[in-house]
Design a protein around this ligand. Structure first.
Ligand code: AMP
Length: 366
């Protein structure tokens, strides 16, 4: 028999657990549950496991747009249940990055998920619907306390190297540690059959695939194509920082990558040829901007334009036609030098915005 003290501890733990899970909200006029604690997700997940109902997870940081919706649509086509997680993970922001101003649009996000779920209900081609949104707090996700955003922060981290150290990882040294750690947590909580990621963040897909392989995680990683604006700009939650003037010029990166792709399509494999085409576009567009007065021009710094091996993301001197390559880039759009009267400078007054994009160069038929 358990002593009285242990018994009451057990009872009170059970009471706390049922209090935390009983309070499950739903998004108004839908059956989408809003789950905020790990126990509630586990309780929701268990019967689907025993009934062999498949679950697809779409991890996001909210501020949802068509790029996210494309992943959710793919998940609904292929799974009985879709879980969308919305969590702005501080561990993947460097100490000097835009965590405090990152757009949080909860009401618009849940309204969009409700619309999307109605679309799924009307479309017989889908296997499933959006069953739950998992929106935890930082205290819930980091039960031993948030370890911090510094490079030398101590805590339980997942690191995937060297693939997480190049490109984005070189400029943002804690980024992929934060991404891999939160994804490992989300995968362990939701136990999805499939997880959905966008090609927009190509290095993230390579890091997550490597993590799934090396830690033998029982989930399939599905990568969906990049959703773009009609002028080619890749959709991103951060585009709201751009404002009208910088938004028009932000296509520089996709244009530069497209020029490099065309060079590859014409039969060139050499790094200087392929990347030369991209750099020419970027340089020409910057020169044209520099000829404008400060109250009209837009300037940027190129962080990298890369031609890399698709598995390791290490730079290559030439594309191996049997493997293809990943063409990717990152630029920092600088704040406008001189604002015009009443000009729309973008969210948070138009800070510097880091834009990333990529194109996968497919293998050539031998
Ligand atoms: P985020 O909320 O920015 O962390 O993104 C959540 C997921 O949406 C990630 O897998 C991203 O790669 C994906 N995503 C973001 N933008 C796009 C886009 N334009 N097209 C496709 N997927 C995207």
């Amino acid at each position: 028999m358990l002593p009285q003290a242990s018994l009451s501890r057990l009872v009170s733990r059970a009471a706390v657990r049922s209090l935390r899970t009983a309070a499950a909200e739903t998004i108004p006029s839908t059956s989408i549950k809003v789950l905020r604690v790990v126990d509630a997700v586990r309780q929701w997940r268990k019967p689907h496991m025993t009934n062999f109902r498949s679950v697809g997870l779409v991890p996001t940081m909210g501020a949802l747009h068509e790029g996210h919706f494309s992943l959710i649509r793919a998940a609904a086509r292929e799974n009985h249940h879709v879980v969308v997680s919305i969590y702005v993970n501080p561990a993947q922001f460097g100490i000097k990055e835009d965590l405090a101003s990152y757009p949080v649009t909860w009401d618009a996000d849940v309204a969009a998920l409700a619309r999307l779920d109605r679309e799924f209900a009307d479309d017989g081609a889908n296997l499933g619907r959006i069953s739950a949104v998992f929106a935890p707090s930082t205290a819930e996700i980091y039960p031993s306390g948030f370890p911090g955003q510094e490079i030398d922060s101590k805590g339980s981290f997942v690191t995937i190297t060297p693939v997480g150290e190049v490109l984005e990882g070189a400029s943002r040294p804690t980024f992929f540690r934060g991404v891999a750690t939160i994804c490992m947590k989300l995968f362990n909580i939701v136990q999805p059959d499939r997880v959905y990621f966008g090609q927009k963040d190509v290095q993230q897909t390579v890091v997550i695939k490597r993590m799934v392989k090396d830690f033998m995680l029982p989930t399939e990683v599905v990568v969906c194509p990049t959703t773009r604006e009609s002028d080619g700009l890749a959709l991103s939650s951060r585009n709201v920082y751009l404002g009208t003037r910088r938004r028009h010029v932000a296509i520089v990166l996709s244009k530069a990558l497209r020029a490099a792709q065309e060079t590859y399509d014409c039969g060139k494999l050499d790094r200087n040829d392929v990347l030369g085409a991209a750099n020419t576009v970027a340089d020409t567009m910057l020169q044209a901007q520099m000829e404008l007065p400060p109250n009209q021009r837009v300037t940027w710094e190129v962080d990298y334009i890369s031609l890399a091996d698709p598995d390791t993301l290490q730079e290559v001197d030439a594309v191996d036609p049997a493997k293809g390559a990943v063409l990717s880039g990152a630029i920092k759009m600088l704040p406008v030098e001189e604002a015009q009267n009443g000009e729309d400078l973008g969210h948070s007054g138009g800070p510097a915005v880091r834009l990333i994009d990529n194109i996968i160069l497919p293998p050539k038929a031998q």
